[in-house]
Design a protein around this ligand. Structure first.
Ligand SMILES: Nc1ncnc2c1ncn2[C@@H]1O[C@H](COP(=O)(O)OP(=O)(O)OP(=O)(O)O)[C@@H](O)[C@H]1O
Ligand SMILES: [Mg+2]
Length: 456
């Protein structure tokens, strides 16, 4: 940490409080205090009265204390400032701890040392208090690969100002991990970041109230006023709002992406977020693509959809107690690069095969662990009866099937079959393969589960 960085940081805090930058004397005082000089030494160097220097210092410390929410004095000045400016990791940890205590948090948007100088001064001038609530976001310790996806997200959010982004894919593919990783890398770029999960969904008005509570606690009466206020914030501040587990607002037992009646207003809200011009982004993370997403993905509105496929990276198998490095890729291919399936099967191989991957593969069996089974049970029961029929049929064949072959072997009307296939694609359970003919392929791990555990 250099003196310049300390000065920039202190200057940004003072500017926020007083709307004035450090004057020359204040700048010198900060430099000398940072070097460990006493008030008397500073007074002697710059030919001031010792009492006057002391008063100036105390004024500065008072401003800094108010801005940082900690009591700052001469004896703790250097370390406290370093602590607040040290590194992104330190910030995340520090702020996440604070969220847990206060629910709301902010950190100074200080100029980072590796930014070009012209950007640093802009940062200071534009200094604002960011507000983050990442209490519900997971902490990411090991994260591999996905550079392309991270780059794509950066492009959409920072270059194309995409207002609505959906991150979609099968359960366990790493959607949540990817978005949290993106935030960890770009924390300083937003004034507001809020992470919410819809695992236990709530009606839209409660969600909007909850978001406003964090950004701007004010008691607006009607949902319309609240939504308007939220949109105003999206216009005026660079916000990133994440809604995870969005599939829970859709209806189980029906085609993918059908809103439950009590959550229907989310559809209007998502449309509003895309139609109104603002500088923020809303990220929806989910396992089901809602039909509007297809229609929305056009040039008219800034909307993007990132569909996560398997992670075919050997590193993901590190530190899992596995042997036979040369067989790991085969194992990853067998489990379709799904990090959660791979975690589960790695534990089983470690316990039963003493970590010998080659011996496990020699069994020539796609083993479904208990963990996978209970997870697939839930997934199967979310499917509509039409999709269940199609999945049962597809699972009986090793090879992908054409629509015509399927049509001959299931008792479904052409419309039902087509809609069912579309819905299964929107859940990432079935993929379309183009050879001479268009074929439909069921996820092989899910197919194995259906073959073994679902009645025809
Ligand atoms: N790129 C990655 N590097 C290392 N681990 C990963 C990576 N992506 C995902 N994981 C790990 O895989 C597991 C599943 O990831 P995650 O929870 O993000 O999946 P998901 O797609 O959000 O699943 P769900 O739809 O069920 O919420 C987590 O333990 C996560 O840490
Ligand atoms: Mg998730």
């Amino acid at each position: 940490m250099t003196v310049t960085e300390i000065l920039q940081f202190v200057d940004s805090l003072v500017f926020t409080e007083t709307e004035k930058h450090l004057d020359d004397l204040q700048k010198k005082i900060v430099e000398e205090v940072f070097k460990g000089k006493t008030y008397k030494q500073i007074a002697d160097i710059y030919d001031y009265d010792e009492g006057y220097i002391g008063d100036e210092c105390r004024k500065l410390f008072k401003i800094l204390s108010e801005q940082l929410g900690e009591n700052i004095n001469k004896s703790n000045f250097c370390w406290t400032i370093e602590r607040f400016t040290n590194s992104s990791i330190a910030k995340i940890v520090n702020f996440e701890n604070n969220f847990k205590n206060n629910n709301i948090n902010w950190c100074p948007n200080y100029a980072s040392s590796n930014q070009p100088e012209h950007q640093q001064s802009t940062n200071i001038d534009n200094f604002k208090k960011p507000e983050y609530d990442l209490t519900l976001a997971p902490q990411i310790i090991n994260f591999y690969n996905r550079e392309t996806e991270l780059e794509t997200l950066s492009n959409w959010i920072f270059k194309q100002n995409t207002r609505l982004i959906s991150i979609l894919g099968l359960s366990g593919m790493g959607k949540t991990a990817l978005v949290k990783r993106f935030i960890d890398l770009n924390l300083d770029e937003f004034e507001v970041i809020i992470w919410r999960s819809l695992k236990y969904p709530k009606p839209l008005d409660l969600l909007v109230k909850d978001l406003l509570n964090i950004i701007k606690p004010e008691d607006k009466q009607t949902i319309d006023d609240q939504v308007k206020q939220l949109l105003d914030i999206l216009i005026n501040k660079k916000c990133l709002i994440i809604l995870d587990d969005v599939q829970n607002i859709f209806t189980p037992g029906q085609f993918a992406g059908q809103y439950q009646p009590e959550y229907q207003s989310y559809q209007n809200f998502f449309t509003l977020v895309t139609e109104i011009e603002h500088q923020s982004s809303l990220i929806l993370i989910g396992q089901e693509k809602c039909p509007e997403m297809e229609g929305w993905e056009n040039e008219l509105y800034p909307i993007k959809c990132l569909e996560l496929s398997g992670l075919y990276d050997l590193e993901i198998m590190n530190n899992k107690g596995l042997k036979n490095h040369e067989s790991w890729l085969n194992l990853i291919n067998l489990y379709e690069g799904n990090p959660v399936y791979l975690k589960s099967i790695a534990i089983l191989i470690k316990n039963i095969f003493d970590g010998d991957v080659a011996e496990f593969l020699a069994e020539n069996e796609l083993v479904i662990t208990q963990e996978m089974r209970s997870h697939f049970n839930q997934l199967f029961h979310r499917l509509s009866p039409i999709e269940q029929q199609i999945v049962l049929k597809l699972s009986q064949f090793e090879q992908p099937l054409s629509r015509e072959t399927l049509r001959e072997s299931v008792e479904l009307s052409s419309t039902d079959l087509i809609n069912g296939l579309q819905s299964l694609q929107q859940r990432y359970l079935v993929t379309k393969i183009k050879h001479d003919q268009i074929m439909f392929k069921l996820s092989s791990v899910f197919g194995e589960y259906v073959r073994n555990f679902c009645k025809n």
